[in-house]
Design a binder for this molecule. Structure first.
Ligand code: FNR
Length: 378
């Protein structure tokens, strides 16, 4: 209603509600290489399937239930949260805003929606924490080949008030991304998205000269350690022993992997295919969810991202067993179009649409959603 009343007084809103239109604003605001980096792997078929496969389920609204009082409130990793929503980790915000991660972190903090800071951020773990005050935040790790560096990142995240660890498993190697390849553009080679590495005592100690003096050598060192392609399930015991933070594994798509996640004592998993940026042709996240939810039940906290755009998408994911959803690209569009207020616009609209969709489906809380709230399209 706020948008309608504002419209009556001042005309149309400054930013479009439609995410397609907001994406177009972002495209116009950004250099070609920064916009290309938002793309997907290969022919972007998985990126498309992530969106299209939400249509394989339809909501069945129920009538004559009292929906006057409603709440989206829930808990995520045992912490109270105003909605079943987090901001997904997105690296290199400097591609989209001069202040890097700070505007998006502030927008999330103002709404107390957990902000997930990518380890590949443009601002440090500490700077982002400072901008967020006591607001909830998670830290996303690419598990470095240098275990001391990984340990250092964990210590820094813990002492800066990050309350959960998101370990992304699907990026052992960078995916095949034609939009970037066509421009010959890899921002990491320019030293972007490396603030946490360049500021880290363990990383710096491994260099002959500091990054400020020899950036190329520092970038090369990063490329050598950023991830560890030898990692296997048994290694998780080491990570578990390093931190008391809840650990959630991002990138799970197979029910057997979900079973292993339960067995190895982590706290959660995120059903995700990295927004179709890694394995083109892979299963969509929403299609993977039902079998994983069946295996996991209530044993782990289950998140889902990759393709979530609308309140209806979120409702479907929650009904199929997710405890929360992650919003990725829409936040980037808002950031590029209008900084902090653009991300706020995206989050507010998303939450309003989720609340409305829930209410118009006859429900007052996400906890009431079950697979019975949906019908599978034949
Ligand atoms: C990502 N994603 C990502 N994930 C992660 O764990 N660490 C990271 O640094 C990044 N960086 C990143 C950059 C960009 C430009 C995009 C679009 C995505 C993946 C992200 O967390 C999430 O899984 C996807 O964005 C979900 O797909 P949709 O819903 O945004 O299409």
């Amino acid at each position: 209603m706020k948008i309608y009343w504002d419209g009556l007084a001042h005309g149309a809103p400054a930013l479009p509600v439609s995410l397609d239109a907001l994406r177009e604003r972002a495209r116009l605001a950004l250099p070609a290489d920064a916009f290309a980096y938002i793309g997907g792997a290969g022919a972007e078929k998985t990126l498309a399937a992530n969106l299209a496969d939400f249509d394989r389920w339809q909501i069945v609204p129920r009538m004559l239930t009292n929906i006057a009082t409603r709440s989206l409130a829930t808990t995520i990793h045992g912490q109270p949260s105003p909605a079943p929503l987090i901001v997904a980790p997105i690296g290199l915000h400097e591609l989209y805003h001069a202040e890097g991660e700070l505007p998006a972190a502030r927008a999330a903090a103002a709404r107390r929606i957990p902000f997930t800071l990518s380890v590949q951020s443009s601002r440090t773990i500490e700077d982002v924490a400072l901008a967020m005050g006591d607001a909830p935040r998670f830290f996303q790790l690419y598990w470095s080949r240098d275990r001391e560096l990984t340990r250092s990142f964990l210590r820094r995240a813990e002492s800066s008030g990050y309350s959960a660890l998101v370990v992304t498993l699907d990026t052992r190697l960078l995916g095949w991304r034609p939009r970037d390849l066509d421009l010959g553009h890899n921002p990491f080679l320019q030293g972007k998205g490396l603030a946490n590495y360049f500021s880290d005592p363990v990383f710096r100690a491994a260099l002959a000269r500091p990054p400020e003096e020899d950036r190329t050598a520092a970038v090369k060192h990063f490329l050598g350690v950023f991830n560890d392609p030898t990692l296997v399930w048994e290694d998780l015991a080491w990570l578990r022993a390093q931190t008391k933070l809840p650990i959630t594994l991002k990138g799970i798509l197979h029910p057997d992997d979900a079973r292993r996640a339960v067995d190895c004592g982590v706290d959660g998993l995120i059903v995700s295919n990295h927004g179709g940026r890694q394995v083109d042709g892979s299963i969509s996240a929403i299609s993977a969810l039902p079998a994983i939810a069946a295996v996991v039940g209530k044993k782990l906290t289950v998140g889902l991202d990759s393709g979530v755009r609308t309140g209806a998408d979120a409702l479907k994911a929650l009904a199929l067993g997710a405890d929360y959803v992650g919003l990725g690209r829409p936040c980037v569009y808002g950031l590029a179009a209008a900084g902090e207020s653009g991300v706020g616009w995206v989050l507010d609209n998303f939450l309003a649409e989720l609340d409305l969709t829930l209410a118009l489906s006859g429900l007052t809380s996400p906890a009431q959603l079950t697979p019975d709230s949906l019908r599978a399209v034949a």
